[in-house]
Design a protein around this ligand. Structure first.
Ligand code: NAD
Length: 449
C-alpha cells in the first residue's frame, strides 16, 4: 500500500517534512558540478571551439527536427569542423524525450564510436542527450535509469546548448524522459550527467515562437519559486532564485512581445540558468509533481502545465509561505517594503495571474478530464511525497481539488452565475450572468418581492 494511503494528514505533513529536511541536509553535502559557462551572442560557436581542445574521437550531437531544420547548429558544427573534431548528428528527438528514441541515440553513439555528447535544443533534446550518455555508459535501458544514481559508470562528457530559456537542464542533475506505453514521465537524477560546459547563446532564441517563449519562461519562473519556498533552500539557492524571479518579471514580457530583443533573450537565458542552479539543489514541488502527470498523460507542454497550475498551488500553500511570497513580490517589483507580508503576498499572486494573461496562457487545461483526476492526483502526491521538500504536503482530496481548478467546464446552454469559472470564455459569460442576476435581484427588491 502506498505511503500516501497510510498516513493521516497531520502525521504526513509533520513526519515527511522532517524526513525531507534530513535528506536536504544530505543533498547540501553532495557536490554538484558547475559547468563552465560561455554566455552571449556567438557562445555556441565558442563552445564548439572549446570542445575541440578536448581531443574527442567523435561527438554525438543530439537535437530535434525543428531545431535542426532552423539551422541553429550551423555555427557550432562549423567550429567543430574547423577544429578537426568529428561529429555525428542525431536529430530525431521529440518533445519529452521518449525512451524509444533515446535507445536509437544510444545505438548510434555506440555504432559510431562516440566519446562525448552535445545536447543541443530545448529541455527535451538536452535531457535525451544526458540520458543517452548515461545509458550508453551503463548498457542499461533508459527506463532502468529512472531514480537516483541508477547508473554505475560515469557517462562520456556532456556539453549543452539550450535553445529555449526554460528548463535550465544545462546545469541540472536531472534528465526527464517519457515512456509513452505507460504514459509516464521518468526522472533520472545523477550528478554525473551535469554538463561539463554549456553555452547560453541568445542568437539561437531570437526565432523562438511567442507561445514557446511564454511556456518555457514560466517553467523557469516555476523552478525559481518552487526552489525558494521549499525546505532545501540555502543562501545560494535563494540568491539564484530571487535573481531569476526579478529577471523573468523584467525580461519575459519583453521577449514575448518582441522575440528579436537580444538583451531580453540573453536575460531570459541567464534567468533560466539561475533558476536551474537553484532547483537542482533545492528541488521543486507540487506544480512540477502535477505537471509531470499532465505531460505523461496528455503531452501537455511542460512549461504550459506549470504556468496554468502555478497560481493555484501557491494559493493553496499561501498560509505556510506568506513571508517568501512577500520577498518574491519585492524582487519582482510589484510591491513596497513598507507593505505587510499579507499585502505583498496577494500582490505577488495577482502578478503571476497578470503575467499569465499577458503571455496568453490559458486559465484551464483543455485536455484535462474529470475521470482522470483521481489517478493524476495519486501519482502527483506520490511524486511529491517521495521526492520534494514542499512547504505543505497535500492529501489526495486536496490535490484533486487543486487539479480540478484547471478543469475546463462549460455548461451546455446558459451559464449558472454561481458555477465554477473554468475557462476565460466562461469567466466572461459568468460576469454577464452575474450582472443579469444582480439586475433581477435589484428589480425584485424594488418591487418588494
Ligand atoms: N532536466 C531538467 O532539469 C528539466 C527541467 C525542467 C523541464 N525538463 C523537461 O524538459 C522538457 C521540456 O523542454 P522545453 O520546455 O525546453 O521544450 P522542448 O525541448 O520540448 O521544445 C519545445 C518546442 O520548441 C522547439 N524549439 C526549441 N528551441 C527552439 C528555437 N530556438 N526556435 C524555435 N523552436 C524551438 C522544439 O523543437 C519543440 O518543438 C520536458 O520534458 C520537461 O519535463 C527538464
Amino acid at each position: 500500500m502506498m505511503l500516501t494511503n497510510l498516513l493521516s494528514g497531520t502525521v504526513r505533513s509533520v513526519g515527511l517534512t522532517a524526513v525531507m529536511r534530513a535528506v536536504g541536509v544530505a543533498t547540501r553535502l553532495l557536490p554538484i558540478p558547475q559547468p563552465t559557462m560561455l554566455v552571449g551572442p556567438g557562445a555556441s560557436a565558442r563552445l564548439g571551439q572549446a570542445i575541440c581542445d578536448f581531443d574527442h574521437t567523435r561527438v554525438l550531437v543530439v537535437t530535434d527536427p525543428v531545431v535542426a531544420k532552423l539551422g541553429l547548429m550551423a555555427p557550432l558544427l562549423a567550429a567543430l569542423k574547423a577544429g578537426g573534431t568529428a561529429y555525428v548528428v542525431f536529430d530525431k528527438m521529440l518533445p519529452d524525450a521518449p525512451v524509444a528514441l533515446i535507445e536509437q541515440g544510444v545505438a548510434l553513439f555506440k555504432r559510431k564510436g562516440c566519446d562525448a555528447v552535445i545536447a543541443f535544443g530545448g529541455g527535451s533534446a538536452m535531457d535525451a542527450a544526458k540520458a543517452i550518455a548515461l545509458a550508453a555508459a551503463n548498457n542499461k535501458h533508459p527506463a532502468q535509469l529512472a531514480g537516483y544514481f541508477k547508473g554505475l559508470r560515469t557517462p562520456a562528457p556532456i556539453y549543452a546548448v539550450p535553445t529555449t530559456a526554460g528548463t535550465g537542464s544545462e546545469v541540472t542533475v536531472a534528465a526527464v524522459i517519457s515512456d509513452p506505453d505507460t504514459q509516464r514521465k521518468l526522472v533520472i537524477a545523477d550528478t554525473r550527467i551535469v554538463p561539463r560546459m554549456a553555452a547560453l547563446d541568445p542568437n539561437l532564441m531570437l526565432g523562438l515562437p511567442p507561445d514557446i517563449t511564454a511556456a518555457t519562461g514560466m517553467d523557469a519562473l516555476t523552478h525559481a519559486i518552487e526552489a525558494y519556498i521549499g525546505h532545501w533552500r540555502t543562501a545560494f539557492t535563494d540568491r539564484m532564485a530571487l535573481s531569476a524571479v526579478g529577471m523573468i518579471f523584467e525580461a519575459l514580457p519583453v521577449a514575448y512581445a518582441n522575440g528579436q530583443d537580444l538583451a531580453a533573450r540573453e536575460k531570459m537565458a541567464l534567468a533560466a540558468n539561475y533558476a536551474g542552479q537553484a532547483f537542482t539543489r533545492a528541488n521543486v514541488g507540487y506544480v512540477h509533481a502535477i505537471a509531470h502527470q499532465l505531460g505523461g498523460r496528455y503531452h501537455t507542454p511542460h512549461g504550459l502545465a506549470n504556468a496554468i497550475l502555478l497560481p493555484h498551488v501557491l494559493r493553496f500553500m499561501r498560509p505556510a509561505i506568506e513571508p517568501q511570497l512577500a520577498q518574491l513580490a519585492l524582487r519582482s517589483k510589484v510591491g513596497k517594503k513598507t507593505e505587510s507580508d499579507a499585502v505583498l503576498a496577494s500582490k505577488f499572486l495577482d502578478a503571476i495571474d497578470a503575467m499569465n494573461t499577458r503571455l496568453g496562457i490559458p486559465t484551464t487545461l483543455a485536455a484535462l478530464r474529470e475521470e482522470d483526476i483521481p489517478a493524476l492526483a495519486r501519482a502527483a502526491c506520490h511524486e511529491a511525497m517521495t521526492n520534494y521538500p514542499v512547504p505543505v504536503y497535500l492529501s489526495q482530496a486536496e490535490c484533486e481539488g487543486v487539479i480540478r481548478l484547471v478543469l475546463p467546464h462549460e455548461p451546455l446552454g446558459g451559464v449558472d452565475a454561481d458555477s465554477p469559472v473554468t475557462t476565460e470564455k466562461a469567466a466572461r459569460r459568468r460576469v454577464v450572468a452575474k450582472k443579469a442576476q444582480r439586475g433581477r435581484v435589484a428589480a425584485r427588491e424594488k418591487k418588494g418581492t
